[in-house]
Design a protein around this ligand. Sequence first.
Ligand SMILES: NC(=O)c1ccc[n+]([C@@H]2O[C@H](COP(=O)([O-])OP(=O)(O)OC[C@H]3O[C@@H](n4cnc5c(N)ncnc54)[C@H](OP(=O)(O)O)[C@@H]3O)[C@@H](O)[C@H]2O)c1
Length: 297
Amino acid sequence: MPALIVLAGATGDLGHRIALALRARGARVRALVRPGNTKPEVAALRARGVEIVEVDLKDAAALVRACAGAACVVSALSGLREVIVYAQTQLLDAAVSAGVPRFIPSDFSIDYTKLPAGSNRNLDLRREFNRRLDQAPIQATSVLNGMFMDLLTGQAPMVLFKLRRILYWGSADQPLDFTTIADTAAFTAAAALDPTTPRYLRVAGEVATVRGLQAAATAATGQRFGCLRAGGLWVLKLMIRITRRLVPAPNEVFPPWQGMQYLHNMFTGLPKFGALDNDRYPDLQWTKVREVLAARH
Ligand SMILES: NC(=O)c1ccc[n+]([C@@H]2O[C@H](COP(=O)([O-])OP(=O)(O)OC[C@H]3O[C@@H](n4cnc5c(N)ncnc54)[C@H](OP(=O)(O)O)[C@@H]3O)[C@@H](O)[C@H]2O)c1
């Protein structure tokens, strides 16, 4: 019988792709969705053979039942402390009680293990949850993928298509890790079905400097891109402080100042991956920045 993977957050952007990638690998997938969730993703998942279980993550007994029989529990939840620390702890406790051998938390980020506390609110929450995870009697694996490459054509204001510039702070030669959401999902699905994974897996579809992004944008659009240095890292830090004061948005998961914290972290070089695990599953292919920018163009 194919392995059963229990997946929380399957109606989300990353989560539904993990579900489909698991199905493509022949796994049985049980998606835990909020009671009454009527998002079209629920019907789409069901149509792809995903078992849908409506469960409130605060209902401990129901959660244990929902985790029963799984080879791995995967979380692709997104949120703040309520979700990343509290709801994931409920899920972890249920996985342990149900005797599930493995757990993959919703980390999917730059390498927060190398960052000082206080430098990124969302990554501090991941560190906090992972301390709990490390205490639990279960095999844990975190998938770290750098920044979602897809953000280069959306929320991350680095590739300025109209100005034909790559906006940056600090050094144009600092290597940065990027992976598409789809590639992260495909790798996570393979890792969920692999009982031999280590504590951390680090992947990057492309490691690019600002100069590399400049070359990729030029190749993708056929138009010559330049670089635009907005200042040193201290300028970005000051911008974060001002933006956070003006638009604190404390309940938003990704307010502008948090995205800026992410960029600041990346440009310091501290969370840069060392060795990559890209080749762990040889059937996987990695999308390049040029392809993502060309698709947007
Ligand atoms: N590295 C990067 O650059 C980057 C960028 C973006 C995201 N991420 C990470 O990727 C992961 C997934 O993010 P995403 O963008 O796919 O998120 P998303 O699209 O917002 O989806 C979040 C999922 O979590 C579920 N959820 C949230 N709170 C819940 C709760 N209290 N109870 C039950 N379900 C709940 C949502 O369910 P509903 O459908 O019911 O709302 C949804 O399925 C997160 O760890 C996120 O931080 C990384």
